[in-house]
Design a binder for this molecule. Structure first.
Ligand code: HEC
Ligand code: HEC
Length: 435
Protein backbone atom coordinates (compact mmCIF):
# COMPACT_ATOMS: atom_id res chain seq x y z
CA UNK A 1 0.00 0.00 0.00
CA UNK A 2 2.64 2.48 1.03
CA UNK A 3 4.40 3.09 -2.29
CA UNK A 4 1.05 3.50 -4.03
CA UNK A 5 -0.21 6.06 -1.57
CA UNK A 6 3.05 7.91 -1.95
CA UNK A 7 2.69 7.97 -5.72
CA UNK A 8 -0.78 9.48 -5.39
CA UNK A 9 0.50 12.36 -3.32
CA UNK A 10 3.21 13.08 -5.84
CA UNK A 11 0.72 13.03 -8.69
CA UNK A 12 -1.55 15.51 -6.96
CA UNK A 13 1.25 17.93 -6.31
CA UNK A 14 2.47 17.64 -9.88
CA UNK A 15 -0.99 18.25 -11.24
CA UNK A 16 -1.15 21.56 -9.47
CA UNK A 17 2.17 22.90 -10.62
CA UNK A 18 3.59 24.19 -13.83
CA UNK A 19 0.36 24.18 -15.74
CA UNK A 20 1.63 26.65 -18.29
CA UNK A 21 4.51 24.46 -19.30
CA UNK A 22 2.98 21.76 -21.40
CA UNK A 23 4.94 18.54 -21.58
CA UNK A 24 4.83 16.80 -24.94
CA UNK A 25 1.42 15.10 -25.07
CA UNK A 26 2.78 12.03 -26.83
CA UNK A 27 5.00 11.22 -23.91
CA UNK A 28 2.00 10.78 -21.66
CA UNK A 29 -0.20 7.77 -22.06
CA UNK A 30 -3.85 8.79 -21.97
CA UNK A 31 -5.32 8.60 -18.53
CA UNK A 32 -1.97 7.89 -16.87
CA UNK A 33 -0.81 10.79 -14.75
CA UNK A 34 2.96 10.82 -14.80
CA UNK A 35 4.79 12.82 -12.20
CA UNK A 36 7.35 15.03 -13.83
CA UNK A 37 9.52 17.53 -12.03
CA UNK A 38 9.21 20.42 -14.46
CA UNK A 39 5.43 20.41 -14.95
CA UNK A 40 2.80 18.06 -16.27
CA UNK A 41 0.74 18.07 -19.42
CA UNK A 42 -2.14 16.24 -17.77
CA UNK A 43 -5.76 17.29 -17.73
CA UNK A 44 -5.64 19.35 -14.57
CA UNK A 45 -3.48 22.18 -15.91
CA UNK A 46 -5.22 25.52 -15.69
CA UNK A 47 -5.53 25.76 -19.45
CA UNK A 48 -7.06 22.34 -19.75
CA UNK A 49 -9.53 22.97 -16.92
CA UNK A 50 -10.45 26.23 -18.62
CA UNK A 51 -11.04 24.54 -21.95
CA UNK A 52 -12.92 21.59 -20.54
CA UNK A 53 -15.04 23.25 -17.90
CA UNK A 54 -15.12 27.05 -18.26
CA UNK A 55 -15.39 27.47 -22.02
CA UNK A 56 -18.53 25.29 -22.31
CA UNK A 57 -20.21 27.63 -19.77
CA UNK A 58 -19.05 30.63 -21.82
CA UNK A 59 -20.37 29.16 -25.05
CA UNK A 60 -23.68 27.88 -23.69
CA UNK A 61 -26.66 29.75 -25.15
CA UNK A 62 -28.60 29.21 -21.89
CA UNK A 63 -28.71 31.76 -19.10
CA UNK A 64 -26.44 30.95 -16.17
CA UNK A 65 -27.49 30.17 -12.61
CA UNK A 66 -27.38 33.90 -11.83
CA UNK A 67 -30.78 34.23 -13.56
CA UNK A 68 -32.47 32.76 -10.52
CA UNK A 69 -31.98 36.04 -8.62
CA UNK A 70 -30.88 38.50 -11.31
CA UNK A 71 -33.41 39.13 -14.10
CA UNK A 72 -30.69 40.61 -16.28
CA UNK A 73 -27.41 42.59 -16.28
CA UNK A 74 -25.52 39.65 -14.77
CA UNK A 75 -24.42 36.35 -16.25
CA UNK A 76 -21.45 34.19 -15.40
CA UNK A 77 -20.45 34.57 -19.07
CA UNK A 78 -19.70 38.23 -18.35
CA UNK A 79 -16.81 37.00 -16.19
CA UNK A 80 -15.28 34.83 -18.91
CA UNK A 81 -13.24 35.83 -21.98
CA UNK A 82 -12.49 33.49 -24.88
CA UNK A 83 -8.86 33.24 -23.80
CA UNK A 84 -7.83 31.54 -20.54
CA UNK A 85 -5.02 33.94 -19.75
CA UNK A 86 -7.14 37.02 -20.46
CA UNK A 87 -9.87 35.67 -18.21
CA UNK A 88 -7.40 35.06 -15.42
CA UNK A 89 -5.80 38.49 -15.70
CA UNK A 90 -9.15 40.26 -15.85
CA UNK A 91 -10.53 38.46 -12.81
CA UNK A 92 -7.29 38.75 -10.87
CA UNK A 93 -6.85 42.45 -11.54
CA UNK A 94 -10.45 43.17 -10.52
CA UNK A 95 -9.84 41.48 -7.19
CA UNK A 96 -12.23 38.64 -7.95
CA UNK A 97 -9.59 35.96 -7.42
CA UNK A 98 -7.85 35.34 -4.11
CA UNK A 99 -4.55 33.69 -5.00
CA UNK A 100 -3.54 33.11 -1.39
CA UNK A 101 -6.84 31.45 -0.53
CA UNK A 102 -8.41 30.36 -3.82
CA UNK A 103 -11.54 29.05 -2.07
CA UNK A 104 -12.22 32.57 -0.72
CA UNK A 105 -12.22 34.15 -4.20
CA UNK A 106 -14.97 36.74 -4.63
CA UNK A 107 -16.07 35.22 -7.92
CA UNK A 108 -16.80 31.97 -6.06
CA UNK A 109 -18.91 33.85 -3.52
CA UNK A 110 -20.87 35.50 -6.31
CA UNK A 111 -21.54 32.13 -7.93
CA UNK A 112 -22.42 30.37 -4.71
CA UNK A 113 -24.90 32.88 -3.30
CA UNK A 114 -28.07 31.14 -2.15
CA UNK A 115 -26.66 27.66 -2.75
CA UNK A 116 -27.74 26.59 0.73
CA UNK A 117 -31.16 28.25 0.48
CA UNK A 118 -33.77 25.48 0.53
CA UNK A 119 -35.94 27.58 -1.84
CA UNK A 120 -33.44 26.86 -4.61
CA UNK A 121 -33.39 23.10 -4.09
CA UNK A 122 -34.49 21.14 -7.10
CA UNK A 123 -34.33 24.13 -9.44
CA UNK A 124 -32.45 23.70 -12.72
CA UNK A 125 -30.39 26.70 -11.64
CA UNK A 126 -29.15 24.81 -8.57
CA UNK A 127 -27.55 22.15 -10.76
CA UNK A 128 -26.03 24.84 -12.98
CA UNK A 129 -24.78 26.69 -9.95
CA UNK A 130 -22.93 23.58 -8.73
CA UNK A 131 -21.36 23.02 -12.15
CA UNK A 132 -20.28 26.66 -12.43
CA UNK A 133 -18.94 26.73 -8.89
CA UNK A 134 -16.93 23.55 -9.22
CA UNK A 135 -15.52 24.57 -12.59
CA UNK A 136 -14.32 27.96 -11.31
CA UNK A 137 -13.05 26.49 -8.04
CA UNK A 138 -10.95 23.89 -9.88
CA UNK A 139 -9.64 26.40 -12.39
CA UNK A 140 -8.71 29.08 -9.84
CA UNK A 141 -6.98 26.45 -7.73
CA UNK A 142 -4.98 25.27 -10.75
CA UNK A 143 -4.03 28.86 -11.62
CA UNK A 144 -3.03 29.69 -8.05
CA UNK A 145 -0.74 26.68 -8.04
CA UNK A 146 1.01 27.75 -11.22
CA UNK A 147 3.71 30.36 -10.53
CA UNK A 148 3.87 31.37 -14.20
CA UNK A 149 0.17 32.18 -14.28
CA UNK A 150 -0.10 33.43 -10.73
CA UNK A 151 2.71 35.95 -11.15
CA UNK A 152 1.91 37.00 -14.68
CA UNK A 153 2.63 40.75 -14.82
CA UNK A 154 -0.27 43.17 -15.05
CA UNK A 155 -0.63 43.89 -18.79
CA UNK A 156 -0.46 47.46 -20.09
CA UNK A 157 -3.96 47.16 -21.44
CA UNK A 158 -5.95 44.96 -19.10
CA UNK A 159 -8.47 42.67 -20.79
CA UNK A 160 -11.96 44.02 -20.01
CA UNK A 161 -14.87 41.96 -18.74
CA UNK A 162 -18.41 42.59 -19.94
CA UNK A 163 -19.66 43.19 -16.40
CA UNK A 164 -22.16 46.00 -15.74
CA UNK A 165 -21.95 48.82 -13.18
CA UNK A 166 -23.09 47.76 -9.72
CA UNK A 167 -26.12 50.12 -9.83
CA UNK A 168 -27.30 48.46 -13.02
CA UNK A 169 -26.80 45.02 -11.48
CA UNK A 170 -28.77 46.08 -8.42
CA UNK A 171 -31.68 47.46 -10.46
CA UNK A 172 -32.24 44.13 -12.22
CA UNK A 173 -32.06 42.00 -9.07
CA UNK A 174 -35.38 40.26 -8.62
CA UNK A 175 -35.62 41.10 -4.93
CA UNK A 176 -35.15 44.78 -5.83
CA UNK A 177 -37.68 44.59 -8.66
CA UNK A 178 -40.28 43.18 -6.33
CA UNK A 179 -40.93 46.54 -4.73
CA UNK A 180 -41.79 48.19 -8.02
CA UNK A 181 -43.82 45.16 -9.04
CA UNK A 182 -45.89 45.37 -5.86
CA UNK A 183 -46.51 49.07 -6.38
CA UNK A 184 -47.25 48.88 -10.08
CA UNK A 185 -48.93 45.56 -10.78
CA UNK A 186 -49.75 43.63 -7.60
CA UNK A 187 -51.69 46.65 -6.27
CA UNK A 188 -53.99 46.41 -9.30
CA UNK A 189 -55.52 43.04 -8.51
CA UNK A 190 -58.74 44.52 -7.11
CA UNK A 191 -58.92 46.84 -10.10
CA UNK A 192 -58.98 43.64 -12.13
CA UNK A 193 -61.86 42.74 -9.82
CA UNK A 194 -60.40 39.44 -8.64
CA UNK A 195 -61.10 37.91 -12.05
CA UNK A 196 -57.41 36.97 -12.15
CA UNK A 197 -56.77 36.41 -8.42
CA UNK A 198 -56.06 32.73 -7.85
CA UNK A 199 -58.22 31.11 -5.21
CA UNK A 200 -61.11 33.64 -5.31
CA UNK A 201 -64.60 32.40 -6.29
CA UNK A 202 -64.58 34.80 -9.30
CA UNK A 203 -61.33 33.32 -10.53
CA UNK A 204 -62.28 29.68 -9.84
CA UNK A 205 -65.25 30.13 -12.15
CA UNK A 206 -63.16 31.74 -14.91
CA UNK A 207 -60.46 29.07 -14.62
CA UNK A 208 -63.11 26.41 -15.34
CA UNK A 209 -64.15 28.29 -18.48
CA UNK A 210 -60.76 29.54 -19.72
CA UNK A 211 -58.08 27.41 -18.14
CA UNK A 212 -55.37 28.02 -15.54
CA UNK A 213 -53.88 30.93 -17.51
CA UNK A 214 -56.49 33.33 -16.10
CA UNK A 215 -55.17 32.67 -12.55
CA UNK A 216 -52.12 34.88 -12.94
CA UNK A 217 -52.35 36.88 -9.70
CA UNK A 218 -50.86 33.96 -7.77
CA UNK A 219 -52.03 32.70 -4.39
CA UNK A 220 -48.35 32.67 -3.39
CA UNK A 221 -48.29 36.49 -3.42
CA UNK A 222 -46.38 39.20 -5.31
CA UNK A 223 -43.12 37.25 -5.70
CA UNK A 224 -44.81 34.18 -7.17
CA UNK A 225 -46.89 36.44 -9.45
CA UNK A 226 -43.85 38.34 -10.68
CA UNK A 227 -41.94 35.12 -11.38
CA UNK A 228 -44.93 33.82 -13.30
CA UNK A 229 -45.34 36.97 -15.40
CA UNK A 230 -41.61 37.25 -16.14
CA UNK A 231 -41.63 33.71 -17.53
CA UNK A 232 -44.95 34.16 -19.38
CA UNK A 233 -45.78 35.39 -22.87
CA UNK A 234 -47.74 38.32 -21.44
CA UNK A 235 -44.74 40.68 -21.64
CA UNK A 236 -43.45 41.63 -25.09
CA UNK A 237 -39.86 42.73 -24.56
CA UNK A 238 -39.50 43.86 -28.21
CA UNK A 239 -42.60 46.07 -28.06
CA UNK A 240 -43.49 46.58 -24.40
CA UNK A 241 -46.58 48.65 -25.24
CA UNK A 242 -47.90 45.64 -27.20
CA UNK A 243 -47.67 43.35 -24.16
CA UNK A 244 -50.85 41.32 -23.58
CA UNK A 245 -50.69 42.56 -19.99
CA UNK A 246 -51.73 45.92 -21.53
CA UNK A 247 -53.54 45.05 -24.75
CA UNK A 248 -55.98 42.60 -23.09
CA UNK A 249 -57.36 44.98 -20.44
CA UNK A 250 -57.26 47.83 -23.02
CA UNK A 251 -59.53 45.72 -25.18
CA UNK A 252 -57.11 46.16 -28.12
CA UNK A 253 -56.94 42.37 -28.12
CA UNK A 254 -60.23 40.55 -27.42
CA UNK A 255 -60.48 40.27 -23.62
CA UNK A 256 -62.86 38.07 -21.61
CA UNK A 257 -63.06 40.86 -19.03
CA UNK A 258 -63.85 43.66 -21.50
CA UNK A 259 -62.19 47.10 -21.39
CA UNK A 260 -60.66 47.53 -17.95
CA UNK A 261 -58.10 50.29 -18.51
CA UNK A 262 -57.62 53.15 -21.01
CA UNK A 263 -54.36 54.66 -22.25
CA UNK A 264 -53.01 57.05 -19.62
CA UNK A 265 -55.13 55.96 -16.66
CA UNK A 266 -53.49 54.81 -13.43
CA UNK A 267 -53.71 51.12 -14.28
CA UNK A 268 -52.21 51.72 -17.71
CA UNK A 269 -49.45 53.96 -16.34
CA UNK A 270 -48.46 51.37 -13.77
CA UNK A 271 -48.46 48.31 -16.02
CA UNK A 272 -46.76 50.22 -18.83
CA UNK A 273 -44.02 51.58 -16.55
CA UNK A 274 -43.33 48.08 -15.25
CA UNK A 275 -43.26 46.28 -18.61
CA UNK A 276 -41.11 49.07 -20.11
CA UNK A 277 -38.62 48.63 -17.26
CA UNK A 278 -38.56 44.83 -17.60
CA UNK A 279 -38.03 45.12 -21.37
CA UNK A 280 -35.23 47.65 -20.94
CA UNK A 281 -33.44 45.40 -18.45
CA UNK A 282 -33.79 42.32 -20.59
CA UNK A 283 -32.66 44.15 -23.72
CA UNK A 284 -29.63 45.65 -21.98
CA UNK A 285 -30.85 49.22 -22.45
CA UNK A 286 -29.31 50.37 -19.18
CA UNK A 287 -25.56 50.20 -19.84
CA UNK A 288 -24.77 52.99 -17.34
CA UNK A 289 -26.17 53.94 -13.94
CA UNK A 290 -27.41 57.22 -15.46
CA UNK A 291 -29.58 55.28 -17.94
CA UNK A 292 -31.70 53.82 -15.14
CA UNK A 293 -35.20 55.24 -14.59
CA UNK A 294 -35.33 57.72 -11.68
CA UNK A 295 -36.00 56.17 -8.29
CA UNK A 296 -39.69 56.03 -7.42
CA UNK A 297 -40.24 58.67 -4.75
CA UNK A 298 -44.04 58.51 -4.93
CA UNK A 299 -46.25 57.09 -2.19
CA UNK A 300 -46.70 53.35 -1.59
CA UNK A 301 -49.88 51.99 -3.10
CA UNK A 302 -52.29 49.53 -1.57
CA UNK A 303 -55.17 48.07 -3.56
CA UNK A 304 -58.47 47.64 -1.71
CA UNK A 305 -61.97 46.34 -2.31
CA UNK A 306 -63.54 49.52 -0.97
CA UNK A 307 -65.61 51.22 -3.71
CA UNK A 308 -66.18 54.92 -4.17
CA UNK A 309 -69.11 56.25 -6.20
CA UNK A 310 -70.05 59.65 -7.60
CA UNK A 311 -73.83 59.76 -8.17
CA UNK A 312 -75.60 61.86 -10.81
CA UNK A 313 -72.51 62.85 -12.77
CA UNK A 314 -73.13 65.53 -15.45
CA UNK A 315 -73.46 64.39 -19.06
CA UNK A 316 -70.32 66.33 -20.01
CA UNK A 317 -68.19 63.86 -17.97
CA UNK A 318 -69.59 60.87 -19.80
CA UNK A 319 -66.90 58.82 -21.58
CA UNK A 320 -64.08 60.94 -20.12
CA UNK A 321 -61.32 59.71 -17.86
CA UNK A 322 -62.27 60.78 -14.33
CA UNK A 323 -59.87 60.75 -11.39
CA UNK A 324 -60.67 61.18 -7.73
CA UNK A 325 -58.12 62.03 -5.04
CA UNK A 326 -59.31 61.57 -1.48
CA UNK A 327 -57.87 63.58 1.44
CA UNK A 328 -58.22 62.67 5.12
CA UNK A 329 -59.05 65.18 7.86
CA UNK A 330 -56.20 65.77 10.27
CA UNK A 331 -57.96 66.58 13.56
CA UNK A 332 -54.69 67.49 15.29
CA UNK A 333 -54.10 70.50 13.06
CA UNK A 334 -57.74 70.97 11.98
CA UNK A 335 -56.90 70.77 8.30
CA UNK A 336 -57.00 68.37 5.38
CA UNK A 337 -53.89 66.30 5.00
CA UNK A 338 -51.58 67.68 2.31
CA UNK A 339 -51.25 64.47 0.32
CA UNK A 340 -54.13 62.26 -0.84
CA UNK A 341 -54.76 59.12 1.21
CA UNK A 342 -56.58 57.36 -1.64
CA UNK A 343 -57.00 57.66 -5.36
CA UNK A 344 -58.81 56.03 -8.25
CA UNK A 345 -59.57 56.69 -11.88
CA UNK A 346 -61.65 55.26 -14.66
CA UNK A 347 -63.69 56.38 -17.65
CA UNK A 348 -67.00 57.81 -16.45
CA UNK A 349 -70.24 56.08 -17.37
CA UNK A 350 -73.62 57.78 -17.90
CA UNK A 351 -75.11 59.17 -14.71
CA UNK A 352 -72.47 57.87 -12.33
CA UNK A 353 -68.86 56.93 -11.76
CA UNK A 354 -67.58 54.22 -9.45
CA UNK A 355 -64.41 52.26 -8.82
CA UNK A 356 -62.30 50.59 -6.13
CA UNK A 357 -59.86 52.93 -4.40
CA UNK A 358 -56.11 52.53 -4.06
CA UNK A 359 -54.70 53.73 -0.73
CA UNK A 360 -51.57 55.88 -0.67
CA UNK A 361 -49.00 56.34 2.09
CA UNK A 362 -45.54 57.91 2.05
CA UNK A 363 -42.82 55.25 1.90
CA UNK A 364 -41.51 54.48 5.38
CA UNK A 365 -44.43 56.22 7.15
CA UNK A 366 -46.27 54.54 10.05
CA UNK A 367 -49.33 54.29 7.84
CA UNK A 368 -47.42 52.50 5.09
CA UNK A 369 -45.92 50.11 7.62
CA UNK A 370 -49.31 49.32 9.15
CA UNK A 371 -50.91 48.71 5.75
CA UNK A 372 -48.00 46.55 4.62
CA UNK A 373 -48.39 44.37 7.71
CA UNK A 374 -52.16 44.19 8.08
CA UNK A 375 -55.12 44.72 5.80
CA UNK A 376 -55.05 48.16 4.19
CA UNK A 377 -58.29 50.04 5.00
CA UNK A 378 -59.52 53.59 5.62
CA UNK A 379 -61.21 54.44 8.93
CA UNK A 380 -64.72 55.91 8.81
CA UNK A 381 -64.66 59.70 9.11
CA UNK A 382 -64.52 63.07 7.41
CA UNK A 383 -62.89 63.22 3.98
CA UNK A 384 -62.48 65.56 1.00
CA UNK A 385 -62.66 64.38 -2.59
CA UNK A 386 -61.05 66.32 -5.44
CA UNK A 387 -62.36 65.43 -8.88
CA UNK A 388 -60.48 65.70 -12.17
CA UNK A 389 -62.04 65.14 -15.60
CA UNK A 390 -59.81 64.73 -18.66
CA UNK A 391 -62.06 66.56 -21.15
CA UNK A 392 -59.24 67.21 -23.65
CA UNK A 393 -57.99 63.61 -23.76
CA UNK A 394 -54.61 64.63 -22.33
CA UNK A 395 -53.86 61.17 -20.89
CA UNK A 396 -54.43 59.50 -24.22
CA UNK A 397 -51.99 61.83 -25.99
CA UNK A 398 -49.27 61.38 -23.37
CA UNK A 399 -49.65 58.33 -21.15
CA UNK A 400 -47.20 59.76 -18.63
CA UNK A 401 -49.01 63.10 -18.17
CA UNK A 402 -50.69 63.49 -14.75
CA UNK A 403 -54.12 65.17 -14.51
CA UNK A 404 -53.80 68.52 -12.74
CA UNK A 405 -55.18 72.02 -12.33
CA UNK A 406 -56.48 72.14 -15.93
CA UNK A 407 -58.62 69.05 -15.36
CA UNK A 408 -59.83 69.96 -11.84
CA UNK A 409 -63.64 70.23 -11.77
CA UNK A 410 -64.22 70.68 -8.04
CA UNK A 411 -64.21 69.13 -4.59
CA UNK A 412 -66.65 67.99 -1.93
CA UNK A 413 -66.50 67.10 1.74
CA UNK A 414 -68.15 63.83 2.79
CA UNK A 415 -68.41 61.18 5.49
CA UNK A 416 -66.65 58.02 4.34
CA UNK A 417 -67.61 54.59 5.68
CA UNK A 418 -65.27 52.74 3.34
CA UNK A 419 -66.92 49.37 3.72
CA UNK A 420 -65.66 46.71 1.35
CA UNK A 421 -67.57 45.32 -1.58
CA UNK A 422 -69.60 46.39 -4.58
CA UNK A 423 -72.83 46.55 -2.61
CA UNK A 424 -71.41 48.77 0.17
CA UNK A 425 -69.97 51.71 -1.76
CA UNK A 426 -69.06 55.04 -0.22
CA UNK A 427 -71.26 57.44 -2.24
CA UNK A 428 -71.03 61.20 -2.88
CA UNK A 429 -73.48 63.18 -5.00
CA UNK A 430 -71.64 64.80 -7.91
CA UNK A 431 -73.91 67.85 -7.47
CA UNK A 432 -71.93 68.70 -4.32
CA UNK A 433 -68.64 68.78 -6.24
CA UNK A 434 -67.77 72.47 -6.63
CA UNK A 435 -64.71 74.65 -7.13
C1 HEC B 1 -29.77 33.32 -4.60
C2 HEC B 1 -29.78 34.58 -5.25
C3 HEC B 1 -28.58 35.02 -6.07
C4 HEC B 1 -27.92 34.33 -7.04
C5 HEC B 1 -28.19 32.92 -7.53
C6 HEC B 1 -26.93 35.23 -7.55
N1 HEC B 1 -26.99 36.42 -6.91
FE1 HEC B 1 -25.79 38.03 -7.25
N2 HEC B 1 -26.69 39.00 -5.72
C7 HEC B 1 -27.73 38.53 -4.96
C8 HEC B 1 -28.03 39.48 -3.91
C9 HEC B 1 -29.11 39.34 -2.86
C10 HEC B 1 -27.11 40.53 -4.06
C11 HEC B 1 -26.95 41.76 -3.18
C12 HEC B 1 -26.05 41.42 -2.06
C13 HEC B 1 -25.75 42.58 -1.18
O1 HEC B 1 -26.05 43.71 -1.53
O2 HEC B 1 -25.19 42.30 -0.12
C14 HEC B 1 -26.31 40.21 -5.22
C15 HEC B 1 -25.29 41.03 -5.71
C16 HEC B 1 -24.52 40.74 -6.81
C17 HEC B 1 -23.55 41.65 -7.38
C18 HEC B 1 -23.27 43.05 -6.87
C19 HEC B 1 -21.92 43.18 -6.27
C20 HEC B 1 -21.69 42.45 -5.00
O3 HEC B 1 -20.53 42.11 -4.76
O4 HEC B 1 -22.60 42.23 -4.18
C21 HEC B 1 -23.00 41.02 -8.45
C22 HEC B 1 -21.94 41.56 -9.37
C23 HEC B 1 -23.61 39.70 -8.53
N3 HEC B 1 -24.54 39.58 -7.53
C24 HEC B 1 -23.28 38.77 -9.45
C25 HEC B 1 -23.85 37.51 -9.51
C26 HEC B 1 -23.44 36.49 -10.45
C27 HEC B 1 -22.36 36.65 -11.48
C28 HEC B 1 -24.23 35.41 -10.20
C29 HEC B 1 -24.23 34.07 -10.90
C30 HEC B 1 -22.97 33.43 -11.06
C31 HEC B 1 -25.11 35.75 -9.10
N4 HEC B 1 -24.84 37.03 -8.70
C32 HEC B 1 -26.04 34.89 -8.56
C33 HEC B 1 -28.39 37.35 -5.14
C34 HEC B 1 -27.99 36.34 -6.00
C1 HEC C 1 -64.72 40.39 -15.33
C2 HEC C 1 -63.53 39.59 -15.29
C3 HEC C 1 -62.23 40.18 -15.76
C4 HEC C 1 -61.64 41.36 -15.36
C5 HEC C 1 -62.20 42.42 -14.44
C6 HEC C 1 -60.34 41.38 -15.98
N1 HEC C 1 -60.17 40.28 -16.78
FE1 HEC C 1 -58.50 39.80 -17.82
N2 HEC C 1 -59.40 38.12 -18.53
C7 HEC C 1 -60.65 37.70 -18.19
C8 HEC C 1 -60.94 36.45 -18.88
C9 HEC C 1 -62.24 35.68 -18.81
C10 HEC C 1 -59.79 36.13 -19.63
C11 HEC C 1 -59.57 34.88 -20.51
C12 HEC C 1 -60.04 35.13 -21.92
C13 HEC C 1 -59.10 36.04 -22.65
O1 HEC C 1 -57.93 35.68 -22.86
O2 HEC C 1 -59.52 37.15 -22.98
C14 HEC C 1 -58.83 37.19 -19.37
C15 HEC C 1 -57.56 37.23 -19.89
C16 HEC C 1 -56.61 38.17 -19.56
C17 HEC C 1 -55.24 38.11 -19.96
C18 HEC C 1 -54.59 37.01 -20.79
C19 HEC C 1 -54.13 35.90 -19.87
C20 HEC C 1 -53.42 34.79 -20.59
O3 HEC C 1 -52.45 34.26 -20.06
O4 HEC C 1 -53.82 34.45 -21.71
C21 HEC C 1 -54.62 39.20 -19.45
C22 HEC C 1 -53.16 39.59 -19.58
C23 HEC C 1 -55.60 39.94 -18.70
N3 HEC C 1 -56.80 39.28 -18.79
C24 HEC C 1 -55.33 41.12 -18.03
C25 HEC C 1 -56.26 41.79 -17.23
C26 HEC C 1 -55.95 42.95 -16.43
C27 HEC C 1 -54.58 43.61 -16.34
C28 HEC C 1 -57.10 43.31 -15.79
C29 HEC C 1 -57.31 44.46 -14.84
C30 HEC C 1 -56.76 45.76 -15.17
C31 HEC C 1 -58.12 42.36 -16.20
N4 HEC C 1 -57.58 41.46 -17.06
C32 HEC C 1 -59.43 42.40 -15.76
C33 HEC C 1 -61.53 38.33 -17.33
C34 HEC C 1 -61.28 39.52 -16.67
Amino acid sequence: MRPRAFLLVVVTAAMLTGCSKTAPEAAVAPGTPVPSPGGAGDDTTATKVFEDRILPIFKSPDPSSCARCHLASVDIKDYILPDAKDTFLALRDQGLIDLAKPEDSKILNLINRGADDPKGAGLISAKKQKTEYEAFAAWIKACAADPAIKNAPKPDKAPALATKPVEVVRHARKDQMLESFEANVWSLRFRCMNCHTEGTPQNDKLVKENGARVAWFKKGGPEATMEYLLASKLIDTDNPEKSLLLTKPLGDVKHGGGIKIVVGDQGYKQIRAWVEDVAAMKKGKYPKATDLPPADTGPKQFGTEAWFRLNNTPGAWNGKLLQVDVYAWDAKVSAWEKEPIATSDRVSGGGGWQHTVTLLAAAGSDRAKAWAKGKPALPAGKYLVKVYVDSEGKAKKDWKAPLGANEFVGQAEFQGQWREGYSAMTVVDAGKVAK
